[in-house]
Design a protein around this ligand. Structure first.
Ligand code: GAR
Length: 188
């Protein structure tokens, strides 16, 4: 059985979707949620779905080996960032080369980088009159949103669309494709 761990910061709809998808799998399972916000909704979702979850602070993540040690003990085959908003520290990346992936709600390299998350991205798409957007799943390196791209899929943005409409389109793509891409990576 392949072991997936998820890092999330907020609502956790992607985390829930991944947990549910792999609950029906004989090959892989989500075994641990890591969260940097003790009040995040993702922690309630994990509890409801019976998946172990823990929260940590910035010192434990970036300055000490506390999070690294717990992560090592989980022996993950894949570390999935699903709406995780802190930069992933180099000392952890070094231990899990090519095992950390992220989902981004735009077509990287456009609309990436620090501060480009959630509605900020969709607002920028509308402000710039983009006619399409999409999702990117990519490996994580030491710079925000710059690792090698694994998968992208696009959707159209019409002139009438609001940022909320774009968010809904992106959410639909994430729900449909993210688990499948994770499954495929684990099978490689
Ligand atoms: C998702 O749309 C994800 O692509 C985005 O945050 C949302 C999290 O939603 N990630 C980023 O913007 C990363 N830069 P969720 O908490 O409901 O899964």
């Amino acid at each position: 059985m392949k072991r997936i761990v998820i890092f999330a910061s907020g609502s956790g709809s992607n985390a829930e979707n991944l947990i549910k998808f792999f609950q029906d799998s004989d090959h892989a399972s989500v075994i641990q949620i890591f969260c940097n916000n003790p009040h995040a909704k993702v922690l309630d979702r994990a509890k409801r779905l019976g998946v172990s979850a823990l929260s940590f602070n910035r010192v434990a993540f970036t300055k000490t080996d506390d999070v690294l040690d717990i992560l090592k003990a989980t022996e993950p085959d894949l570390i999935v960032l699903a709406g995780f908003l802190w930069k992933f520290p180099e000392h952890i990346l070094k231990c899990f080369e090519n095992k950390v992936i992220n989902i981004h709600p735009a077509l990287l390299p456009k609309y990436g980088g620090k501060g480009m998350y959630g509605m900020n991205v969709h607002n920028a798409i509308i402000q710039n009159n983009e006619s399409e957007t999409g999702i990117t799943i990519h490996y994580v390196n030491e710079n925000y949103d710059e690792g090698a791209i694994i998968f992208q899929v696009t959707c159209q943005v019409s002139k009438q669309d609001t940022a909320e409409d774009v968010a809904a389109k992106i959410h639909k793509l994430e729900m449909e494709y993210f688990p499948k891409v994770v499954e495929q990576l684990l099978n490689e």
